[in-house]
Design a protein around this ligand. Structure first.
Ligand SMILES: N[C@@H](CCC(=O)N[C@@H](CS)C(=O)NCC(=O)O)C(=O)O
Length: 217
């Protein structure tokens, strides 16, 4: 079996460190105990080669021999097919994971990513559109709070759906958007105290510290 390769940016500013989406891949591979390397692509001056692998000029993408795959959700599904610990094999468990994976990407992040862009930009102007976005996020969080107050993980056991959902909620929490949502916060705490997450997080932070050192040398 060839070694998986994660490609991420060679450098990013301080703000997204610990949240760059290669963390989802690192985390899944650590959970699965699958060996991998991390390579980098320029953050500045993105070239055609980058766009040929990730058409939006983003990261991450995964290489597995002659296969390259982009979109963190698609990559996690790809990895889950190659491990027994990221998604159950039986039909019902598998379906539960897939529906929650899409819910994280398409029902929760659909609201929380635009909201976090406002928060990153420190734009708090109360336009009608912003008020709509805030109530969209609040509604999604209210429903997640109800779900997570009744279970530890989205499907029966920890899975790739939890990697994406907890990562999406972690970003909201970073901007204090989870006040009053104790079940969501406890869920993030459960997920982010897993040894695989702690390793992935530490490795990403160190990767960018090394990039700073190289830049400043
Ligand atoms: N839907 C993509 C989003 C990837 C994404 O947002 N990547 C960020 C890094 S965390 C990025 O490349 N940002 C730079 C840009 O958008 O130009 C995925 O989940 O893989």
């Amino acid at each position: 079996m060839s070694k998986f390769v994660i490609t991420t940016f060679d450098w990013v500013p301080e703000i997204p460190r610990g949240y760059v989406r290669d963390i989802r891949l690192r985390w899944a591979l650590e959970e699965a105990g699958l060996p991998y390397d991390v390579e980098s692509t320029p953050f500045e001056n993105r070239k055609d080669d980058h766009f040929s692998r990730q058409p939006f000029g983003q990261v991450p993408w995964l290489t597995d021999g002659d296969v390259t795959i982009f979109e963190s959700g698609a990559i996690l599904l790809y990895l889950a097919e190659r491990s027994n610990v990221l998604m159950p094999r039986e039909k019902r468990g598998r379906n539960e994971v897939i529906e929650w994976l899409f819910a994280a990407l398409n029902s929760v992040e659909l609201a929380t990513v635009p909201w976090s862009i406002f928060m990153f930009s420190e734009d708090n102007v109360e336009t009608p559109g912003r008020k709509n976005l805030d109530s969209f996020v609040a509604s999604r969080l209210r429903h997640m709070e109800q779900v997570l107050s009744k279970r530890d993980w989205l499907a029966r056991e920890f899975s790739i759906a939890d990697i994406v959902m907890s990562d999406a909620l972690r970003l909201v929490d970073r901007f204090s958007g989870l006040e009053g949502h104790n079940a969501c916060r406890e869920y993030i705490s459960r997920a982010s105290n897993r040894p695989a997450f702690l390793k992935a997080y530490k490795d990403q932070i160190e990767f960018y510290e090394a990039a700073d050192a190289k830049r400043n040398a």
